[in-house]
Ligand binder design. Sequence first.
Ligand code: NAD
Length: 267
Amino acid sequence: MGRLHGKNCLITGASSGIGQAIAIRFAREGANVAINYRGGAEQAEVTRQQARAARNGGGGKELVVQADVSNEDHVKRMFKETLDAFGSLDVLVNNAGIQKPCPSHELELPDFDRVLSVNVRGPFLCAREAIRHFLSRGGGGVILNNSSVHEKIPKPKYLSYSISKGGMENLTKSLALEYAGQGIRVNAVGPGAVVTPINRAWIDNPKARAEVESHIPMNRAAEADEIAAVFAFLASDEASYITGQTLFACGGLTLYPEFRVAWSSGE
Ligand code: NAD
């Protein structure tokens, strides 16, 4: 039996990239998966079909649910549709996220606000609905946030993204502390560079990709599956005593790679 057998899970932004890999991985581990998407129902349907196939004959349900996570009414409707279909919720994955590169002194307010509204307000709105449900049902629950190495590492020209992931670290810790006594675990995963559509600027350009990968101690970007595996662990009962943590899956990016050579001590 899979580690997530019978668990009802909602994954935001699950029609592509890491969210898609999480939905498929969770289904493979026996979960019922609600696949949220904002636009592009066809792509969400692809996730649903791949999640179904990953069950390899095992039981389980998939639901495709449209919502913009930054919109309160959408989030409420998404939770209602998920709870109507599954009866209850055990795991929320706040995965949806966007970024918008721009020199900080040229960053326009609507772009700044949009990134924060998807990457911080969205996870707050979803976490709030999940916690309300967990408290009314009793028995706890799990919230997982897709953060980034940039919750720790500054990211010039990605100011709103960097701020949003710093905020996500605090969202994770504050909610974890507030609800630990009610059996609600809140954790984050901090990926480094992952081969997904958000990185379309370099993934299919060998020169640009080599440049990115040259900065990573493990010399390569991650596949989305490798990140989904970390989410599956944190969602499972194997992580039953872990809360308020960010687990970095970053190929060593948080290890100060510039210090691989002893430039600072004169040797
Ligand atoms: P992606 O662009 O494939 O996935 C982002 C998903 O979020 C998309 O499916 C998109 O449609 C969805 N989305 C965007 N706005 C939304 C909204 N308002 N409501 C609902 N869904 C919305 O890229 P990805 O790399 O899979 O990104 C997923 C998460 O992983 C993001 O939070 C990102 O910050 C984080 N992350 C990615 C990397 C990386 O290198 N790929 C590294 C660290 C963290």
